[in-house]
Write a protein that binds this ligand. Structure first.
Ligand code: HEM
Length: 350
């Protein structure tokens, strides 16, 4: 529906839901201006529905004042040096996933999602003390018990769902795009991660095609489809439209990333489009948001997705399901589909 409105009303339009005004924005100039302003930090009311699950003070939900203090305290926990040390924990859980998938070899169509979900959840929860960044967060912060609880729940929620949907949608696309899968397999097979029993963070940074495949997955399936913020005072956008005080701004990331104005053949999975990032306006591509309230877990998320995809693609060939049906995507708190993410797998003969 929101995409239909975009075609009808253009890249900035208003929606009234009861007494609440929503302004939906889908153009890079306005979005860049908006996200670059240090004032626009408070989250829109739609995030409040997460409150019963995540508490009031966690990073995703909290309003500007609490957020500033918490983000400053938590940032060091997500420092690259700590994230890099997470590889063994991800590998360990990835190995369990590989074992669990064995029962699906040469079997009929199945939904890959539940397997991946279990793995990303176990990586965060089962191994809480082994993940260096969570360990630091639990030990060193000056938060109250309640605040720690809210932050841990927030990280469990944000850190589990987005990587898991990214891996699942990526496997879905690879099963339907065999040439992409072959090219990726070749890169992985000839890389140091295939030779070593314990690859390091550095080994994964060399896999350029894998990186493009992940970028393309996040373009077509951004877990956060819309970024919502509360507007405290009137803001004039570069397009000339005004965001009135007390309205809610909705930056429609999904729409931009599927707009043929910015990405040719937007519904086709073409990782090569990311070969040359100079062709891409960074504010048309925002899977991790931008500005100071961007995703804190980006480095860990990408690393986890890289490790799991490499393990699966090296071990199994992904095949399309026998019954191909179109996925209907739903824009909930995160991108979602009620349809199964169906595919088949067979062993790689190496
Ligand atoms: C593929 C992986 C991921 C994607 C695409 C992603 C995407 C995003 C986006 C778009 C936001 C901004 C949301 C908004 O402003 O409405 C965000 C925020 C956040 N993400 Fe991620 N995320 C990913 C992985 C992770 C991981 C692994 C963690 C933690 C381990 C994490 C923790 C968070 C937190 C705590 C926030 C709130 C940050 C703040 O407001 O200061 N994310 N994420």
């Amino acid at each position: 529906m929101l995409m239909k409105f975009y075609r009808k009303y253009g890249s900035v339009y208003r929606l009234w839901l009861g007494k609440q005004l929503f302004v939906v924005i889908s153009n890079p100039e306005d979005i860049e201006f908006f996200l670059s302003r240090p004032e626009n930090l408070s989250k829109s009311a739609s995030y409040k529905m997460l409150e019963p699950f995540l508490g009031k003070t966690g990073l995703i939900i909290s309003d500007a004042d609490i957020w500033r203090v918490h983000r400053k305290q938590i940032n060091p926990s997500f420092h690259s040096k700590l994230v890099e040390k997470s590889v063994p924990v991800i590998l360990e859980n990835g190995q369990i996933l590989i074992e669990q998938l064995k029962i699906k070899i040469d079997r009929p169509d199945f939904d890959i999602r539940s397997f991946v979900e279990k793995c990303t959840l176990d990586t965060l929860s089962g191994a809480k003390n082994q993940l260096p960044f969570l360990d630091l967060l639990l030990k060193k912060s000056n938060f109250t018990e309640e605040e720690i609880e809210d932050e841990v729940l927030t990280i469990m929620f944000a850190g589990q769902d987005a990587p898991s949907t990214t891996v699942s949608f990526c496997l879905y696309e690879l099963s339907r795009n065999q040439k992409v899968q072959d090219k990726l397999f070749e890169e992985l097979k000839n890389s140091s991660i295939h030779e070593k029993s314990e690859p390091t963070f550095h080994d994964y940074t060399k896999l350029k095609y894998l990186e493009m495949v992940i970028k393309e997955t996040l373009r077509m399936y951004p877990p956060a489809t819309i970024i919502g913020r509360k507007i405290d005072e009137d803001i004039v956008l570069p397009s000339g439209y005004v965001l009135p005080a007390n309205s809610l701004a909705n930056l429609f990331v999904f729409n931009m990333q599927r707009d043929e104005k910015y990405f040719s053949n937007p519904d086709q999975f073409i990782p090569e489009r990311f070969e040359n990032m100079e062709n891409i306006n960074s504010f048309t591509y925002l899977p991790f948001s931008a500005g100071i309230r961007n995703c804190i877990g980006q480095k860990f998320g990408i690393l986890e997705v890289k490790v799991l995809l490499s393990m699966i693609v090296l071990k199994y060939r992904l095949l399309p399901p026998t019954q191909i049906e179109k996925l209907t995507l739903e824009f909930g708190v995160v991108l979602f589909t009620s349809d199964p993410i169906s595919l088949r797998i067979t062993s790689r003969k190496m």
